[in-house]
Design a protein. Structure first.
Length: 301
């Protein structure tokens, strides 16, 4: 049986897709992670998303993933909901990781569409339903065709919603505002949509998304939160001004593979080392200089 959820998580505002800080030797920098969580909460973010793509989860061991989730839960102390990335291209592994993440303190789980395997729409539906049925928590789906190669259609999402009441939200990283509109047309408030692209936050919220799961939020949580807060309050002009100021930074965060630019920015702000794990590389000098320039222009350095 699927659990019937009371929707305790709002899925509005800014949720930050947390980077995983590493020390120079490669181990997880717990002190930097603690500071990151505190900075996020002080910056007004609504929620925290550890162990997503930005958290370099493919390069973390299972024990390390749980260590990060547990620590984020310990430091946040219930001040912000935690949606842990637990999906993979192995359904049994996704179920095990989801259960473990919830035991470690996560409030909900984020399940990415299975990458590399290239399942059909029916296969993606079966994968999601298997995970959703196995956990007593809310499930946020993560549709990112640019990384997973497969694209969960609005039609398949609608079918999933008919079967699984605890699938309540989706991180839409299709880069297509029309998809957000189609999701809301079909499902309305039944399915909460979160923008998966910082640069599209304004447009997607105008079409019914509740907010953003942000990369830039790692670096400038207060500024990203300003956009979503103003947008939710109906201050379109204020939200537009705030969003456009951030647009060059959003672009810089993906000038090289994520999260290298974000870590470079955090390093420039004295928050953590720039270290990423192979096959990722640290941001180039060119990108780092660009990020430094943008931070300076924003008065954040």
């Amino acid at each position: 049986m699927f659990p019937v959820m009371a929707a305790p998580i709002a899925y509005t505002g800014t949720y930050t897709a947390l980077v995983t800080p590493f020390r120079a030797g490669g181990e997880i920098d717990v002190d930097a992670l603690d500071r990151l969580v505190e900075d996020q909460i002080a910056g007004g973010v609504t929620g925290l998303v550890p162990c997503g793509t930005t958290g370099e989860t493919p390069c973390l061991s299972t024990d390390e993933q749980l260590k990060v989730i547990r620590r984020v839960a310990e430091i946040s102390k219930g001040r912000a909901p935690i949606i842990a990335g637990t999906g993979s291209n192995n359904t049994d592994k996704s179920i095990a990781q989801s259960r473990a993440a919830l035991e470690a303190g996560a409030d909900a789980v984020m399940v990415v569409m299975p990458y590399y395997n290239k399942p059909s729409q029916a296969g993606m539906k079966a994968h999601v339903l298997a995970v959703a049925k196995a956990v007593d928590a809310e499930v946020l789906l993560y549709n990112i065709p640019g990384r997973s190669v497969v694209d969960l259609t609005a039609e398949t999402l609608e079918a999933i919603c008919e079967a699984a009441p605890n699938v309540v939200a989706i991180k839409d990283a299709t880069g297509n505002v029309v998809r957000c509109q189609e999701t809301k047309r079909r499902l309305g408030d039944r399915m909460k949509v979160m923008s998966g692209d910082d640069g599209l936050t304004l447009g997607m919220m105008a079409c019914g998304a509740g907010g953003v799961i942000s990369v830039t939020g790692n670096v400038l949580p207060h500024r990203v939160s300003e956009v979503t807060t103003k947008m939710a309050a109906g201050d379109l002009e204020g939200a537009r001004r705030a969003h456009l100021k951030l647009l060059p930074m959003h672009g810089a965060m993906f000038a090289e593979p994520n999260p290298a630019p974000a870590k470079a920015a955090l390093h420039l702000r004295g928050k953590m080392e720039r270290v990423v794990r192979l096959p990722m590389l640290e941001a180039s000098d060119e990108t780092t200089d660009r990020v430094k320039q943008l931070l300076t222009e924003l008065g954040e350095l």
